[in-house]
Design a protein around this ligand. Structure first.
Ligand SMILES: [Zn+2]
Length: 202
């Protein structure tokens, strides 16, 4: 029974995407978000058996993939913020006066990442409502929670260091700020990974 992965998860028999018992609709069916297989879930001898009944072949495909396009602004600017922060720290340590410029550039990138992230989140919710018909997929609820975490982390980083006028990079506050940026990057990676699986499959 190698199709079982965990107690509550199983693989779509058609495209092998990992799905969860939590993905079931109110009527008890699950529609695979990637291949559109409509499944009834049978529990037999403790094993999860997805039984394919039909395939949802009429599915709205948004003309402009705004979510996939916009996500690159939020993911792409965060590494620049991290690199600028490292250069700011090194140059301030070396008493090179350009450190402040790099610091400000990094903060600006965090700001861009946050704003782009918020717009990306909204387009993602529209995609979910239209393309995936608002079905209760575990992946999407994880993405929503991680997105909210991301907003908290980026806002926290900006409040901590970004809006400070007497900032220095040689401080514990800056270390926390830098850690938050790296934390945000890790969350972006997980979000992108889940999103990629929903678009391209496993
Ligand atoms: Zn599938």
């Amino acid at each position: 029974m190698n199709f079982m992965t965990t107690d509550r998860s199983y693989n779509c028999p058609v495209c092998h995407l990992t799905l969860s018992l939590a993905d079931r609709d109110k009527d008890g069916y699950t529609v695979c978000p990637v291949c559109g297989a409509v499944m009834a879930i049978v529990i037999s001898n403790g094993h999860i058996l997805p039984v394919v009944h039909a395939v949802e072949n009429k599915r709205s495909q948004l003309r402009f993939r705004l979510h996939s396009i916009l996500t690159h602004f939020s993911i792409g600017t965060m590494p620049i913020a991290i690199i600028a922060s490292v250069i700011a720290f090194i140059t301030e340590l070396a008493f090179i006066p350009v450190w402040h410029n790099f610091d400000r550039a990094g903060i600006m990138m965090v700001f861009v990442s946050l704003i782009a992230g918020l717009i990306t989140f909204l387009t993602g919710v529209i995609d979910w409502k239209k393309r995936y018909r608002g079905r209760p997929y575990l992946q999407i609820s994880i993405k929503v929670k991680l997105s909210l975490l991301l907003v908290v982390v980026c806002t926290g980083a900006l409040l901590l260091h970004g809006f400070s006028t007497t900032s220095t990079t040689i401080s514990v506050t800056y270390l926390i700020y830098f850690s938050l940026l790296n934390g945000a990057m890790a969350v972006y990676t997980v979000l992108g990974n889940i999103g990629g699986k929903l678009v391209y499959g496993k």
